[in-house]
Design a protein. Structure first.
Lengths: 161, 138
């Protein structure tokens, strides 16, 4: 399964179009659908990545989260996560310039549509991360928290070891 | 040399089964039992190593069970039973077998219509497994 080169912006365009389509067609259940999609995408991405990676994966929580921050982040978002903090079993993964959000404006009070898209992108991203974690044996939740272009994901859950 | 190959999902349910060279009716049920019992040993081995290939996790009389775990915590179990003619293949051959099966499994899982934990009923997957088994285990 040799990787084919692909323009980075094409994935962002694809995501945005998909999210907008979901918003328009299913305004009530958009978030659940997007989360389901993200979850299964995360699962598949991890299955694919694990064959290629040399990093030890199974078992320890630290190994799993390191893999997420480095290999998985590079594959999904094009770069490594900026910061990882751990506090009492809860992991905080920070990305200073989250690629999926960087081109979407924050939206002020008069621009409600764009900020909905922003929060949808964040739920999609956290669902993808959640799917990856669950595939590696972690049972928990990923909560996104955005300040401008900097996004912090709070990962709580139980790992296998 | 007869082999029973089972893919067990993360929730301990079998999603695929394949028998090579063996008489499925005669010892089929016993083999399934043995493989199921070996799942505990797989869990133990999983905790102790960071490799995908878990080698021989269990033995029952003269049958050995080899296991391999994927990233999504799906387990490939291979039960090897020596018959009169040949001896057991080397661990390297079994490891290559598992790696190739992992490739086939990966392609199958990439299908967006595949729900995790569902039985694999695709004929082409079965054919691929048969080819890989013939290549490494015969």
């Amino acid at each position: 399964m040799a990787p084919t080169p692909l323009a980075a912006t094409s994935t962002i365009v694809l995501h945005n179009e998909m999210l907008q389509y979901t918003l328009e067609k299913y305004p009530d259940s958009a978030i659940e659908r997007v989360e389901q999609m993200g979850f299964s995408i995360g699962l598949r991405l991890v299955e694919r990545l694990a064959l290629a990676s040399t990093r030890p994966l199974l078992g320890k929580a630290n190994d799993v989260v390191m893999f997420i921050c480095k290999d998985f982040w590079t594959a999904a978002f094009g770069r490594q996560a900026t910061n990882l903090r751990q506090q009492r079993g809860v992991f905080y993964i920070t990305d200073n310039a989250f690629p999926w959000i960087i081109n979407v404006s924050r939206g002020g009070p008069k621009d409600a549509a764009e900020s909905t898209l922003r929060s949808l992108i964040l739920s999609f991203a956290s669902a993808v991360i959640g799917g990856a974690l669950s595939s590696l044996g972690a049972v928990g939740s990923v909560v996104p928290n955005a300040h401008g272009d900097q996004v912090e994901f709070t990962v709580t859950g139980q790992f296998m070891a | 040399m007869s082999y029973s190959f089972v893919i067990v999902s993360k929730n301990d349910s079998p999603i695929f089964e394949y028998v090579l060279n063996g008489d499925a009716s005669e010892s089929g049920h016993l083999n399934q039992f043995i493989i199921h019992a070996a799942l505990d040993c797989v869990d133990e081995a999983q905790a102790s190593t960071t490799q995908w290939f878990l080698r021989c996790v269990d033995r029952f009389n003269d049958k050995s069970i080899f296991a391999y775990i994927t990233a999504g915590l799906t387990r490939f179990m291979l039960l090897a039973e020596p018959t009169s003619s040949t001896s057991i293949k080397s661990e390297d051959a079994i490891r290559s077998f598992f790696l190739d099966i992992n490739e086939c499994y990966l392609r199958h899982v990439m299908n967006p219509f595949y729900v995790e934990g569902q039985a694999i009923s695709s004929d082409s997957f079965r054919e691929k497994v048969a080819n890989v088994a013939r290549k490494y285990l015969l």
